[in-house]
Design a protein around this ligand. Structure first.
Ligand code: SME
Length: 151
């Protein structure tokens, strides 16, 4: 893995170690991503409440608070239960624009015991910013976050 990616993951694992609070851990995870990942303009969480994703801790500009399951990139990833990489958000039908600067996006569902409890969402102003390496990293971050909630 990319050296900076290694640093980010180990930083997050350190921040989450021994702490189970969902808000505190999401806040520190978003802050660590913001600190270590370059060329991004938003990083944060949405948590599922029934059929709605509700904004959680994040870094970046204020964002839309509620996204229906199935709507936007976030709601689509949550319903499909799989990561979505969007090279150009303007070409994604139903994309919800929270920051006009965003051009690329990655959304990783947070899976706990087979249930989607939310998503990790990162935006970039750079077209095609996120590829397979970033997907692997973000999926590990999402898994580390979910694992931190218990144990
Ligand atoms: N673009 C997202 C909405 C959330 S913001 O990017 C922070 C979407 O289409 O679901």
């Amino acid at each position: 893995m990319h050296i900076a990616h290694d640093d980010l993951l180990s930083d997050i694992l350190g921040l989450l170690a021994g702490e189970h609070d969902p808000i505190a851990n999401a806040a520190n995870t978003a802050a660590a991503i913001w600190q270590h990942m370059d060329r991004i303009n938003w990083a944060g969480f949405y948590f599922r409440q029934g059929e709605t994703l509700v904004l959680g801790p994040f870094q970046g500009k204020p964002a839309c608070v509620r996204i229906a399951m199935g709507q936007g990139v976030c709601g689509t990833a949550a319903v499909r239960r799989e990561t979505i990489l969007v090279e150009d958000v303007h070409a994604f039908p139903g994309h919800i624009a929270c920051d006009a600067a965003s051009n690329a996006e990655i959304v990783v569902p947070l899976m706990r015991d087979g249930v989607v409890i939310g998503v990790l969402d990162i935006d970039s102003p750079e077209i095609a910013r996120f590829g397979p390496e970033e997907q692997a990293l973000c999926e590990r971050i999402a898994a580390a976050y979910v694992a931190s909630l218990t144990g």
